[in-house]
Design a protein around this ligand. Sequence first.
Ligand SMILES: Nc1ncnc2c1ncn2[C@@H]1O[C@H](COP(=O)(O)OP(=O)(O)O)[C@@H](O)[C@H]1O
Ligand SMILES: Cc1ncsc1CCOP(=O)(O)O
Ligand SMILES: [Mg+2]
Length: 538
Amino acid sequence: MLDKNKVDYSLYLVTDSTMLPPGTTLESQVEVALQNGVTLVQLREKETDTKVFIEQALKVQKLCHKFQVPLIINDRVDVALAIDADGVHVGQDDMPIKMVRQLLGPDKIIGWSVGHEHEVEQLAAMGPGGVDYVGLGMVYPTLTKKNPKKAPMGPRGVSKLLDKLQSTKAEWCRTVAIGGLHPDNIPRVLYQVASSDGKRTLDGISVVSDIMASPDAGNAAQTLRALIDDARFQYAEGLSPFTKEYSFEFARKCVQQTTEVSPLVQHITNKVHQNFGANITLALGSSPIMSEVEPEFEELSQVPHATLLLNTGTVAPFSTLLHAMRVYNAARRPIVFDPVGYSATSTRLELNNQLLAYGQFACIKGNVGEILSLADLNKGKMRGVDAGSVGSDISLCVEATKIVAYRYRTVAVCTGQQDVIVDGTCGGTFRLSEGSAGGASALPAVIVEAGEIPVMGKITASGCSLGSTIACLVGSISDKQHLFHAVVTAVCLYKSAGKIASERCHGSGSFQVELIDALDQLFTENHPENWVANVSRI
Ligand SMILES: Nc1ncnc2c1ncn2[C@@H]1O[C@H](COP(=O)(O)OP(=O)(O)O)[C@@H](O)[C@H]1O
Ligand SMILES: Cc1ncsc1CCOP(=O)(O)O
Ligand SMILES: [Mg+2]
C-alpha cells in the first residue's frame, strides 16, 4: 500500500513516446530508467488513444511495481482509476484539483503544474487535502512542450515559487523542477534553487527528453542519479590562492591570451556607450561588434571566444535582449550583464528582472545604486543611471555584492571609488529537501582601489566600458581557468588606466581619450606588477 508521505521525488521520469529513439520502446526506456535510479514515473502520452494508453499504463505499472516505484498518470483521472495507479498529475487547464481529489480519494498522489505565484496561493488555500506535489517550471526552454504557455523562469523564478510556498505555509507540498533540465544545468539548478529563508529546497527534478529521447536511457538515468547523489555544484576549478604573485601571473597570462585569441565581443549596449565601448574593445586586442539583429546572434555566438556584453542602458527591445541571452547561454559562451539604471523606472526593473530570472551570467556589473537595488538593500529607487550619493558605506556595498553574487551564482562587481568583486561561482553543495546551507557571507571577495579618481565618475559610460573590458578578458579564458580572476584582472587594468589617464588629462573631455590611450598602453606592455590599482582580499 502506497504511503504518499514517503514518496521519493528525487528523480522523476515523465514519459513521451513521440521521442523514442529507434530500437527502443516506451517500456524498454522506462525499465532501464528504473534500473538506474528513477524514483517516480509519470505516464504522459498526449497523443495516444484511450485503449492503447490503458494497455501501456498496465505494462508500465507492472514495471513500477517491480521496482516499488509509484506510477502517476498524466491528466486522465479515468485511466488512473481504471488501473488503480498511485496518482494523477494535472495541469492548470485540466480537471480542477477538488474534483480530482473527490474522484481519487485521500490516499492517492495529486500533482499540479505550477508556474505562477497565484497558483501557489490557490494550492495553499486548498490545504493538505489538495495538491501533494507541484511541478515547477518551466525552468528552461524545451522542445518537449510544444507551444508552451509559460515563459522559462530560470532557477530564480523557481526560487520565488518556493518563497511563495513558504509564505503561504504549504509545508506539506513537495516540489520538483521541470523543463529543459539536463546534466549540464541540473547541478546548478539544484544548488541555486532555494527559498530566501534557505529552509526550502527542491525535492527532486523531473525530466522527459533527457531520458526518453536517449539512445542509452540507462546511462542517462545513471548520470542524473549520480549528479543528484553527488550533491555538489562545480562551476570551475577550485579557487586558486589569491596571492599577489598568483594574481600577477594570472593577469599576465590573461592579457596575453586576449591578444592571442582576440575575442569577438558582441555588444548589445546603449547608444551613449557604443562608440566608446568599441574603441576600448579594440584597445584591448579584441573585436567589437555592435549587433541587435536577432538572426545573426547564433552565428556570432559560435565564433571561437565570442562573448556577449548585455547592457540595458537605453533599453533594446526585450525580445532582442532575451534572444541574445538564450543564444549565448545555449552556446555556453559568457555573458557580462550590466543592468544600467536597474531600478530607475518600473519598466527597467521589470525588464532586468525578467532577464535575471531566466539567464545565467558570467558576471553582473553595476554601480552602487544598481548593486544595492539588485540586492534589495536600496531604500527607494534609483534616480537615473548614475550611482548617486548612496555609495559611501563600503561594508554595505560588500554585503550587497555578495548577495548578488550568491543569488545569481555569478561574479558580481560593484563599482565606485573602491570596486568590490565577489565570486559566487566557485561551487558548493546542495541537499534535496533539506534547505540550503552556507550563504552569501562566506563567498570570496576582493576590493580594487587606486585612491580617489573623481573624473572617472564624471564621464558617461565609464561603467559601461568597464563592462567591455571585463567582456574582452573573460572571452579569452578557457572553461578550466578561473572566471573570478579574469574579472579581477579586468577591473585592475581598468582602474589602473583610469588613474594614469586622470593624471594626464586636462578635464573630463580629454580624460576619455587618455583612458583609451592608457588602456592600450597597459595592455600592450603587459606588466601587471606595475599596475597602480591595489587588490586586497576581504
Ligand atoms: N570616485 C572614484 N574614484 C575612483 N574610481 C572611480 C570613482 N568613481 C567611479 N570610479 C570608477 O569608474 C568606473 C565607473 O564606475 P561608476 O561611476 O560607479 O559606474 P557607472 O558609470 O556605471 O555609474 C569604475 O571603473 C569605477 O571603478
Ligand atoms: C547616460 C545614459 N543613459 C542611458 S545609458 C547611459 C550611459 C550610462 O553609462 P554608465 O553606466 O557607464 O555611467
Ligand atoms: Mg553603469
